[in-house]
Design a protein around this ligand. Structure first.
Ligand SMILES: NC(=O)C1=CN([C@@H]2O[C@H](COP(=O)(O)OP(=O)(O)OC[C@H]3O[C@@H](n4cnc5c(N)ncnc54)[C@H](OP(=O)(O)O)[C@@H]3O)[C@@H](O)[C@H]2O)C=CC1
Ligand SMILES: O=C1O[C@H](COP(=O)(O)O)[C@@H](O)[C@H](O)[C@H]1O
Length: 508
């Protein structure tokens, strides 16, 4: 096995480079919430795909935890089933499958039971001894956020966290419910883990096209030259979904689009789009630059929210031709709910690069299409050159398709000989082969295994995001702005279009 791959070992490598050849430290992957939904849909498939790609350490073991009284055998059958359903890769190689399942073990633990952690320590130490794994432990908390505090303090007190090797902690969203609760949670976390050991997952940061954003600018002189308020008129970030609240009513009705999507995923995409990096970027640079973006956001006062933010809630309608009920008719949603299922906002960055360039963000459930897209709209001074206004040009647009498709499209103007040589917008397209695109969780787990936190959210980013969002939460709670209804299957309320129209733009 190679030497320790501590965060400092990767800090000088390109944050975006391919490190496939790097040898990873042997590790015990300790999964809290191993019987849950996220584990089966995302975590096992990601680990297995990494294993098939030889991106797992040479020696590793997985210890799954939950309250259920499962044997190793039951757990392995559960993991296998989840791979059959959710892995994007073939599961026909029975030799590889057996090899993978052999290292999956299960131990039952109620996370509130202090004594249970002593037993867990024994289980892990025995595994480590048997498989000659040094005491490197990666703890993944795929459980409800209410347990984060109790788990991390029990990890500390039981000695599970005081190993001779390294320890890392991966935690899922949501990180807090508002600014105060996030600060309290972070304070508790930091009693058991150092910031450099904490990997806060935002799965949008694992999407290949989000990881590519910085490269689009820095690896293309043509965009590098244009990437500022001199040439860009506005930036639009959309994350629309066709699904409704599904089986998560109790979570979502307390959370809304503002906490579920805006505070984390949309602001992370905004940071990744707006940050400026020197050529030799490192983990520290990326995170510093993202923080700089957040520090430059014009803060919203509660009274500004009404003119910069639109909130909506879906009514009944149709999705892909099928009728769907409105939000308040969804099972377990309160009749009186004023929860936001749609949010759009105008965000202003007050620095020398972006001042005067509005960033518009929008996200919603039960919209017309499932798409995550970032559009950079360039200024269009040419129109004034055309005396005949029917010969006007369209703005150049760089459209970055994040998901479900990954690709770019650049809209330029061109004469169409089939239409009297009139100028028309045409698109230059690139789209990745979807089958080979790794899943976000694969990229993120690989980074955590090799100790690279670049694409995880640093506490400062999380805190600054909550700070920006906090006045919006309060304005929503106090009902200071309208709750616009929108038809399921539409692109949200009309007020979201007006937000751009008043600045002379439209959603792309
Ligand atoms: N599912 C998803 O798509 C997403 C989930 N997340 C986040 O991931 C986390 C997990 O979500 P999800 O998998 O959906 O949740 P589930 O409710 O499906 O699973 C919860 C897990 O926690 C375990 N658990 C609950 N109580 C205890 C306890 N007292 N002691 C030990 N284990 C316990 C359960 O095991 P058992 O029942 O055996 O005790 C189960 O394995 C949450 O923070 C969620 O917000 C984030 C993004 C997407
Ligand atoms: O974190 C979340 O993300 C999903 C959308 O993720 P995507 O990768 O499918 O775009 C969203 O449905 C969910 O409500 C939210 O918690």
């Amino acid at each position: 096995m190679g030497g320790l791959t501590a965060p400092q070992d990767v800090k000088n490598q390109s944050a975006l480079g391919d490190l496939k050849t790097l040898e990873l430290d042997s590790v015990t992957f300790v999964l809290f919430g191993a019987t849950g939904d996220l584990a089966k849909r995302k975590i096992y498939p990601a680990l297995y795909n990494l294993f098939l790609d030889e991106k797992m350490p040479h020696t590793f073991s997985i210890v799954g935890l939950g309250r259920r009284d499962w044997s190793d055998h039951t757990f392995q059958a559960h993991v296998e089933k989840s791979l059959q359903i959710f892995s994007r890769r073939s599961i026909n190689d029975s030799y590889k499958m057996e090899e993978f399942l052999r290292v999956c073990h299960y131990s039952s633990l109620d996370v509130k039971d202090k004594k249970g952690y002593d037993k867990l320590l024994d289980v892990i130490q025995n595994q480590e001894k048997e498989m000659s794994i040094p005491e490197n432990r990666l703890f993944y908390l795929s459980v409800s956020p209410e347990f984060i505090d109790v788990i991390t303090s029990n990890i500390k007190e039981s000695g599970l966290g005081s190993s001779k090797g390294w320890k890392r902690l991966i935690i899922e969203k949501p990180f807090g419910h508002d600014l105060k609760s996030a600060q309290v949670l972070n304070e508790k976390l930091s009693q058991a883990f150092e910031e450099k050991e904490i990997y806060r997952i935002d799965h949008y940061l694992g999407k290949p096209m989000v990881q590519n954003l910085e490269a689009i600018e820095s690896a293309n002189p043509v965009f590098q030259a244009l990437w500022s308020n001199q040439y860009i008129s506005n930036v639009q970030i959309t994350a629309s979904e066709t699904v409704g609240v599904e089986q998560r009513a109790s979570y979502y009705d307390q959370t809304g689009a503002i906490r579920d999507m805006v505070q984390n995923h949309l602001l992370q995409m905004l940071m990744m789009t707006a940050m400026h990096l020197p050529k030799q970027e490192s983990v520290k640079d990326v995170r510093q630059e993202k923080v700089r973006v957040m520090e430059s956001l014009r803060p919203l006062q509660k009274e500004d929210v009404v003119s910069n933010v639109v909130r909506g809630q879906y009514d009944h309608g149709e999705i892909y031709g099928e009728p769907v009920v409105g939000y308040k008719e969804e099972p377990e949603i309160r009749d009186s709910s004023t929860n936001d299922t749609f949010v759009s906002a105008r965000v202003l960055i007050e620095d020398s690069f972006w001042s005067g360039v509005p960033f518009y963000i929008r996200t919603g459930k039960r919209m017309k299409e499932k798409t995550t897209r970032i559009v950079i709209e360039f200024k269009n001074p040419l129109n004034e050159l055309y005396i005949d206004k029917s010969e006007g040009t369209s703005p150049n647009l760089l459209m970055i398709e994040v998901s479900p498709n990954s690709g770019y499209s650049l809209q330029i103007n061109s004469k169409n000989p089939l239409n009297g040589n009139k100028l028309e917008p045409v698109a230059i397209n690139f789209s990745s082969n979807q089958e080979n695109v790794p899943e976000a969780y694969e990229l993120l787990l690989y980074d955590a295994l090799r100790g690279d936190p670049t694409f995880f959210a640093h506490w400062k980013e999380v805190e600054l995001s909550w700070k920006w969002v906090q006045p919006i939460l309060e304005a929503f709670e106090e009902n200071n702005l309208p709750l616009h209804r929108y038809r399921a299957g539409s692109m949200g309320p009309e007020a979201a279009n007006q937000l751009l129209e008043m600045d002379g733009f439209k959603w792309r």
